[in-house]
Design a protein around this ligand. Sequence first.
Ligand code: ADP
Length: 307
Amino acid sequence: AVAVVASLNVDHIVQAPRIPEPGETLMGFSTSRELGGKGGNQAVAAARLGADVAVIGCVGQDEDGDEYLNALAAEGADVTHVRRSALPTGRAAITVDAEGVNSIVVVAGANADIPAAAAETAIGALPSLRVVAGQLEAAADATERAFAAARERGVLTVLNTAPAADAAGKLLPFSDVVVSNEIEFRQLTGQDPFDGNGLRRGSADLFAAGCRWVIVTLGAEGCAVLDASSSAHVPAVAVRAVDTTAAGDSFVGALAARLAELPGDPITADVVAACGFAAKVAAVVVTRHGAHPSLPTLAEVCAQQEG
Ligand code: ADP
């Protein structure tokens, strides 16, 4: 099974001709409202791919919270460890311009209120747990305690360092697998992942901090997978991308789902193979619009490979 210490947000999206300048008011084209949040997206991605998923998180005592809980349950996810906070459900305000480029402000709300002790207890209470995934949108203390408890149980921990935030540093010692995109890798290590030496040097810092594998996703360029002594490149699947929303989240969800299927502790070849699978899943996601609506089932991933 997979547990995700998850941010659960409701996204409020406006389509505009361009991103407004500071102080400027623009007329937009349309608005929409969707369920999102990196953690929630990752959990739904893994569930649709057939993983047994438990969500550790927090929503408000509001309608958004009810809606998110119902949606997760409808995906077959275990929501026993999603608590209700006095703070409102997390929310994101997203502006998307005519080229599909977005700018996002997230207000954590209840996501900041996941009790660390409850996260730790949840890890202990979940049977047949193999992988715990987390990101930096949910309470870092809760993620840290969950990861520490997972480590003690021999459960693999996967940290997605998104969005770029200082809390990554304290989570690295508890993270077996670190997944960063280009921007996050630069922020975390000060190195350019497109440069071979930069990639090696930056990853060496992450290994020194305690992680075992570093995965740097590079958009349409695929991803790099490194362990302390080797590196591999996993190409992206060539597709016509229309909306990259949730590409990284689906990659992390798919990676966690695949790693949870391994009979024992992974070796580097397993991690590389899991990234190949995650790239196939993300390639489907970028051909569709939205976050949850774009996340494929296993059958849909296989169909794209054949098509
Ligand atoms: P994030 O969305 O977190 O910035 P990336 O843009 O690096 O993450 O994308 C994550 C993964 O999604 C990539 O490693 C790749 O496998 C896949 N992906 C992203 N963009 C494309 C694309 N245009 N075509 C095919 N695959 C893509």
